[in-house]
Design a protein around this ligand. Structure first.
Ligand SMILES: [Zn+2]
Length: 308
């Protein structure tokens, strides 16, 4: 069965827009891309996962590339930057990616020059591609010229190792020029434990498993104010990175073939649900084109499911 991948119309370039307390949250998109369905669902049999998401004759499924943009009133924060425009023709042929993030930001009325902060949950090529832009003359410049970028030092070190298992996932022009220029701040575990805040209301937390140093990004307007009258209403969103790539991956054991430590992913999912479900967090999925964000609940068997 061929996959239906119509080009995104301008009004489909913005995947969601909502408010989280006083913050404006917009989900932009670098478009869709194709990955092997088996790799996305690890040891889960195809007979099960294909009930949730269809595959084509080459076993590929359509995935999204979601960028969250948060306007806090004081800062504009971008979380993840898609695949970008540095793919070789061969890689573009394989992934069929569309490089739509600049058009998506424009459709949402977000000027790259207004962005103050960029956070990458990890540095796989499909999460930080538009950190920088490749030009016709071969030069690479920051896509967000006035932003301070944040990534985990462990991700940079791992990418530089170029290991057999995942060398292809790391493309250093997405981060090395920003590190060289001083525009990217590298966090380590000690720095994160000491101060998790990127700016008031935006903080990071380690969720290892997919990679050893992957971070989730918390969006909590109540943390941006000294004291909030009528406490109890504390809206909270979380961009969870590849711990939950899509809304089809909510079952704790439906981890990916790409995950470096799948057992850790299972434990981290349980830890995440223990807060995200009772506190009704709005969860942002990096690679779900159709359901970029949702609250999570439990069905009558206790399994995590999309609640709304
Ligand atoms: Zn990844």
């Amino acid at each position: 069965m061929p996959l239906t991948r119509v080009p995104l119309e301008p009004d489909a370039l913005v995947r969601a827009r909502t408010s989280i307390g006083d913050f404006e949250l917009t989900v932009c998109s670098d478009g869709t891309y194709l990955l092997d369905g088996g790799a996305m669902f690890g040891v889960v049999p195809k007979t099960l996962w294909q009930k949730r998401i269809p595959a084509d004759a080459e076993n590929r499924i359509v995935l999204g590339l979601n960028t969250a943009v948060v306007r806090t009133g004081k800062h504009t924060v971008v979380i993840e930057t898609g695949i970008g425009n540095k793919q070789t023709p061969k890689m573009q042929q394989i992934f069929q990616n569309q490089a739509l993030l600049p058009a998506s930001l424009a459709a949402a009325g977000i000027d790259p020059a207004e962005v103050d902060l960029v956070v990458n949950t990890h540095l796989h090529f499909d999460h930080c591609g538009w950190n920088t832009t490749l030009h016709a003359d071969g030069s690479v410049t920051p896509t967000f010229p006035n932003a301070r970028y944040f990534a985990h030092a462990g991700e940079v070190a791992h990418g530089h190792l170029q290991l057999e298992r995942d060398a292809v996932s790391y493309n250093s022009p997405n981060y090395d020029p920003l590190i060289a220029s001083g525009q990217m701040t590298l966090l380590d575990d000690a720095a994160i434990h000491a101060s998790v805040e990127i700016c008031p209301g935006i903080s990071v937390e380690l969720f290892p498993g997919h990679t050893a140093h992957m971070m989730g990004v918390h969006i909590e307007p109540a943390r941006a104010v000294e004291s909030r009258p009528g406490a109890g209403d504390t809206p909270h969103a979380c961009y969870i990175g590849d711990l939950l790539p899509t809304a089809h991956h909510l079952d704790v054991t439906w981890v990916m073939g790409y995950d470096l430590d799948p057992l850790r992913c299972i434990e981290e999912r349980k830890r995440f649900y223990s807060r995200a479900i009772p506190e009704q967090w709005m969860v942002l999925f990096p690679h779900d084109h159709d359901t970029p964000l949702a609250r999570i609940g439990r069905n009558d068997k206790g399994k995590p499911v999309v609640a709304d």
